[in-house]
Design a protein around this ligand. Structure first.
Ligand code: FE2
Length: 292
């Protein structure tokens, strides 16, 4: 069941659209921009909320953090509904999204078990974003592009300096229960950590987490240092387990899953996606140990 929620106002001219678990965001101004395109299923949800906030006006640009299925799912739909919309992403993202294999995977993951329906509209990136690019929204409002690979190769963080708001998506991990932060270094541990350390150098008053929450004030400032510590702890844990299990990655996978995933009650990431990501992280740690 989809329950329509009212758009949440995060700050002046800055809104969260759609369900909190898979949101999109709007920064309104002379040249309004959206961030993140969630899943296909919620496309009309994001669009209706844009219309309710903006009336006859529409965003000019949609900025993607990365082209995972739950971050670009509705981009093609939004482009069809808003023909003037330019989709912005990193060069890597613009290349990945051209690949039939990527389109097939994103489509499959957007189906949520409904095999007979096509739930993704392919799109092209109209504006390739480089590190350091600036997008002017109004005279006193801008968006800075910060390339933060590590979770994926195409990962991009957006920063709005005038309100000290950061949209890092999974560059900063995902909060779990009791203050736990799940590390998300799918591609490379050191590259991910370098990106995290770089983000720690920014002043942050509003930190947008990709699924479910955003942090403000002290909580926002504390989160990235906490995420750095959590990532180091997780890497040490994987190293310890790999040593204990003589490099048996399946045994390490089972040990971590039982402590990190099986203990979560209620809503959590689907198991196949969790296992895929965990296996990728164990691989990157093992590769790192091999070269040291
Ligand atoms: Fe992701």
């Amino acid at each position: 069941m989809i329950v329509k929620s009212d758009p949440a106002k995060i700050a002046e001219n800055f809104y969260c659209l759609g369900p909190a678990s898979v949101p999109s965001f709007l920064l309104d101004g002379d040249h309004p921009v959206m961030f993140e395109a969630g899943i296909y299923l919620f496309g009309s949800h994001y669009y209706d909320q844009i219309a309710s906030i903006m009336k006859e006006r529409r965003p000019e640009c949609l900025l993607l953090t990365h082209v995972h299925f739950d971050h670009c799912g509705a981009a093609g739909y939004l482009k069809r509904m808003i023909p003037g919309l330019t989709i912005g992403a990193s060069r890597e993202g613009s290349e990945i999204i051209k690949k039939p294999s990527a389109i097939e995977l994103i489509t499959k993951l957007n189906r949520f078990g409904k095999d007979d329906v096509s739930l993704f509209e392919p799109f092209t990136v109209g504006r390739v974003l480089e590190d350091g690019d600036e997008i002017r929204v109004s005279r006193d409002l801008s968006v800075q592009v910060i390339r933060t690979p590590g979770h994926t190769r195409d990962m991009t963080t957006y920063y709005i300096p005038e309100i000290k708001a950061m949209i890092p998506s999974e560059s900063v991990g995902v909060p779990g229960r009791d203050g736990y932060i799940m590390s998300e270094f799918l591609i490379d541990y050191d590259v991910y950590m370098n990106s995290l350390r770089r983000l720690a150098g920014y002043e942050v008053e509003i930190l947008i987490i990709s699924h479910g929450v955003y942090y403000t004030g002290d909580d926002a400032r504390a989160y990235i240092p906490r995420s750095i510590a959590a990532t180091e702890r997780f890497r040490e844990w994987v190293e310890r387990l790999l040593n204990e299990h003589d490099g048996d990655k399946d045994a390490v996978l089972r040990a971590i899953k039982s402590e990190e995933y099986d203990v979560i009650e209620g809503e959590k990431q689907p198991e196949p996606a969790y296992l895929l990501n965990l296996a990728a992280k164990i691989n990157t740690v093992q590769r790192r140990m091999d070269v040291r």
